[in-house]
Design a protein around this ligand. Structure first.
Ligand code: SME
Length: 160
């Protein structure tokens, strides 16, 4: 068992620093990408408050395919020209969406989702996956959340 005890009241920058350090420790020496993504999804779920979905979509043969996650069952395959995840994977840029209903083509896997943050994970300059966070609260994510998950993406790129 791994005991991580994030403090929900700490400043976001500290929370994300601790999340990245915990992610590094949790995946150190483990080469299996599914095991690592499963633990990382659980770690994000434990650290980041106010989520209804957290997990991975992997870029497989030109489309996004569902990876390990926490939350309700989700869409399995997403084309790169679809949804917030597709936009992140195709552009290689973080998508910070304060109101998913205002995002053209948003895919509602969970009707409770109101805002979303999707961060591409790059290895060797190529997008290999995205980290997707959904929240039932409008405007849940800000630039600090985006920067924090981008740091996490860098830390985990070699182990997923
Ligand atoms: N809302 C995402 C689809 C994935 S689910 O949120 C888990 C999108 O529009 O790409």
């Amino acid at each position: 068992m791994y005991a991580f005890t994030p403090d929900p009241n700490q400043p976001k920058a500290e929370l994300y620093r601790e999340l990245a350090e915990s992610a590094r420790a949790l995946t150190a020496g483990e080469p299996d990408p599914i095991a690592n993504m499963a633990n990382l999804a659980a770690l994000i779920w434990q650290f980041v408050p106010g989520l209804n979905w957290a997990g991975f979509y992997r870029l497989v043969e030109g489309e996004l395919v569902l990876g390990p996650f926490q939350g309700k069952p989700a869409c399995i395959r997403i084309a790169l020209d679809q949804g917030v995840c597709g936009a992140a994977a195709q552009s290689g840029a973080t998508q910070l969406v304060p109101d998913v209903h205002a995002f053209p083509g948003h895919i509602a896997c969970d009707a409770a989702s109101a805002s979303e943050l999707v961060v591409p994970v790059r290895r060797g300059g190529l997008v290999i996956a995205v980290i997707d966070l959904d929240s039932p609260d409008l405007g849940r994510f800000d630039a600090e959340d985006a920067a924090g998950i981008e740091s996490l993406a860098e830390v985990i790129a070699a182990v997923i």
